[in-house]
Design a protein around this ligand. Structure first.
Ligand SMILES: [Fe+2]
Length: 255
């Protein structure tokens, strides 16, 4: 019997959004769609994803041939970093999202995009959430950063402050890049899970995004668009940098 995914901190605002993943309900066609999505992404990611993502992919037991069972993912993740991949009904409001991150529970959607929208979905699905995000949660520093980020945001009330922290999330968790071995490697889930966005970065050349050194002041003021390819990204040299940035951001926002 699996009890891992059901054992955890008590949630207040996020509780109504928690669901069970009905793993047996996925159809063979959905498993085949997942397999195709993974097979389309892996050749580029083996070359252009950061080490920590590729290690995490193995450590949490993701497979190319079938959708992930979130309870099984959490059983492998918890002993490493204390994180779980927790099924939710869909998009969460900020306070619920931050409450879950503070408790090392990653809100994870369970639906999968259809074959008609292999490249892009306006709302996150299980491919974006698990394939894109969860492998990084096996990395201890990234794991600590993400929890700390959630705690900081959970204690903010000013919408402008939350917007600044939203930009930090966007330019790290969603669209972060890191320098490794003299090359730019991707770790943000928006780059990991999207062939078009990732290709724009790693093969874009002069028409690709401008890649700047990570700078917290700039990141917190940098506007972005969700509906088009990114024009600017921020590269870190190690994940310690984003952990320190979350602490520094909290200080600047008076926490
Ligand atoms: Fe995401």
């Amino acid at each position: 019997m699996n009890t891992v995914a059901s054992v955890g901190p008590v949630l207040t605002v996020a509780e109504p959004y928690l669901i069970q993943q009905d793993f047996a309900a996925y159809t063979p066609e959905q498993h085949a769609t997942w397999a195709e999505l993974v097979r389309r992404r892996m050749p580029q990611l083996r070359e252009h994803a950061c080490r920590e993502y590729l290690d995490g992919f193995e450590q949490i037991g993701l497979r190319e041939d079938s959708l992930p069972d979130l309870a099984a993912v959490s059983r492998r993740l918890m002993p490493r970093t204390g994180w779980q991949s927790t099924p939710v009904s869909g998009f969460l409001p900020g306070d619920a999202f931050f409450e879950m991150l503070s408790a090392r529970l990653f809100p994870t959607t369970t639906w999968l995009r259809s074959r008609d929208s292999m490249e892009y979905t306006p709302e996150p699905d299980i491919f974006h959430d698990v394939f894109g995000h969860v492998p990084m949660h096996a990395h201890p520093v990234f794991a600590d950063f993400l929890q700390h980020y959630g705690k900081v945001c959970a204690s903010l009330r000013n919408p402008d402050d939350l917007e600044r922290m939203g930009r930090l999330f966007w330019f790290t968790v969603e669209f972060g890049v890191i320098r490794q071995g003299g090359k730019i490697k991707v770790y943000g889930s928006g780059l990991i899970s999207s062939h078009g966005e990732c290709t724009h970065v790693v093969e874009g050349g002069s028409s690709g995004p401008e890649i700047r050194d990570f700078n917290l002041d700039q990141v917190m003021e940098q506007e972005f668009s969700t509906g088009e390819m990114q024009k600017v990204l921020y590269a870190v040299d190690s994940f310690d940098q984003i952990y320190v940035a979350a602490q520094e951001a909290a200080r600047r926002l008076g926490l």
